[in-house]
Design a protein around this ligand. Structure first.
Ligand SMILES: [Fe+2]
Ligand SMILES: [Fe+2]
Length: 394
């Protein structure tokens, strides 16, 4: 995958950000990584306090839009957010094809040489300068000028409009607007927006609806994990010739019950008519796949057997599992926000071996690494998982 990175305060995210980033895709990039700053070196030191809200607005803004991913690495790192740290971290975790692009608004270009390790940033990324204020600025390193149409919106002007309560709503993506209204941010009058009815299953509106509901059922870090699994699953589905929408839905919802209490988890899991194994009895958290498989049928009317299998068996796997279940299993283990994933494994999953590795070979490698990781730490491995492991190594 070829990635382009757009960092910023996103206070709040507005349509200008997303349109500018989307224009970069026409230069041959596959996806934009949006990185909200915890504390920009150039902004007031209280900025970190609003980081979670800015992150939530950003996640809501890109709902259902697979051109974008959101990475919370700067918020997790805390402290002053330096681009060089983010760039190295992203290259290590995403294993991008070629150099990632770094998108800079032309309003920042002339100050760029003062950034921490500016020369290294310019070497390790392909810098793309986007027009934000129509006037060309000086920039001393190699770069590409995007030549995009200027959309004259800034977060500051949006905040002013909200304070004056005039005409700001069309400038903001739907999901972010909802949060601003519901939380009364930036001086907006607090008001609840009507929740829409569930759209008919199958289309883009349905996927966005499932994503919005899923996001509301978990904390942002878990949602980012889920969305990353959805995106990687989609990418693998495209590469191996399976249904990308099904892969996205299965990835999104695989952990939808993870924050349930033990009783609720058991209640949902038992709806499938099965019994509880000794291990499941001891550790109800192991039921979150089974519970999710029931919940998505009940809540979203998802009855596709491949999606249900993928969600249900994403933790343990099962003998004879289909390709979509394998894809979601792999994506869950290697997604980019997970810590302690061997970068060799990620490279294999994202890039392949000389460009090609079969789905089965990839699954066997990821499953082997997962089982051995558990064994080395003396952790319990499910019987079902051991069966597959033994077959792989027979
Ligand atoms: Fe899980
Ligand atoms: Fe997961």
């Amino acid at each position: 995958m070829k990635y382009a990175i757009l960092g910023g305060s996103f206070d709040p995210v507005h349509n200008g950000h997303l349109k500018m980033a989307a224009a970069v895709l026409s230069l041959g990039y596959d996806r934009i990584i949006l990185v909200p700053a915890y504390q920009s070196p150039f902004k007031s030191p209280e900025q970190g306090e609003t980081a979670e809200l800015r992150l939530q607005m950003l996640l809501a803004a890109v709902s259902g839009d697979r051109r974008f991913t959101v990475d919370a690495c700067e918020i997790q790192r805390g402290g002053v957010s330096y681009t060089i740290d983010t760039l190295s971290d992203i290259i290590e975790r995403y294993q991008p094809e070629g150099k990632p692009a770094l998108i800079l608004g032309d309003d920042l270009a002339s100050a760029f040489p003062k950034w921490k390790d500016a020369g290294r940033v310019a070497r390790e990324a392909d810098v793309i300068i986007a027009s934000r204020r129509s006037s060309a600025r000086t920039y001393p390193y190699p770069c590409t000028f995007l030549g995009n149409t200027v959309i004259d919106i800034s977060s500051g002007s949006v905040r002013d409009l909200i304070r004056q309560s005039g005409g700001w709503e069309p400038l903001i993506p739907d999901g972010a607007r909802r949060i601003i209204n519901e939380c009364g941010l930036y001086g907006a009058r607090k008001r609840r927006e009507e929740g829409g009815r569930m759209p008919e299953s199958g289309g883009a509106d349905f996927i966005r609806y499932v994503e919005d509901v899923t996001r509301g059922m978990m904390k942002p870090s878990r949602f980012i994990h889920s969305r990353n699994v959805a995106l990687h699953s989609t990418d693998m589905a495209v590469r191996y010739g399976f249904d990308a929408d099904k892969a996205y839905l299965a990835g999104l919802t695989h952990d939808i019950c993870k924050e349930f209490g033990a009783d609720e988890m058991r209640e949902y899991a038992l709806k499938d008519g099965g019994a509880l194994s000794e291990l499941e009895n001891e550790k109800p958290s192991l039921l979150h796949g089974r519970a999710a498989a029931m919940l998505i049928q009940e809540k979203f009317g998802i009855e596709d057997g491949e999606i249900i299998e993928a969600v249900r068996f994403h933790t343990s796997g099962r003998e004879g599992m289909g390709p979509l279940a394998k894809i979601v299993y792999i994506a869950d283990k290697i997604e980019v926000a997970r810590t302690t994933v061997d970068s060799r494994l990620r490279r294999l999953a994202f890039v392949g071996e000389n460009g090609a590795i079969s789905l089965d070979a990839l699954f066997n490698t990821v499953m082997t690494a997962t089982v051995e990781w558990l064994m080395e730490r003396g952790l319990t491995v499910a019987d079902e998982t051991l069966k597959i492991y033994s077959r792989i190594h027979a």
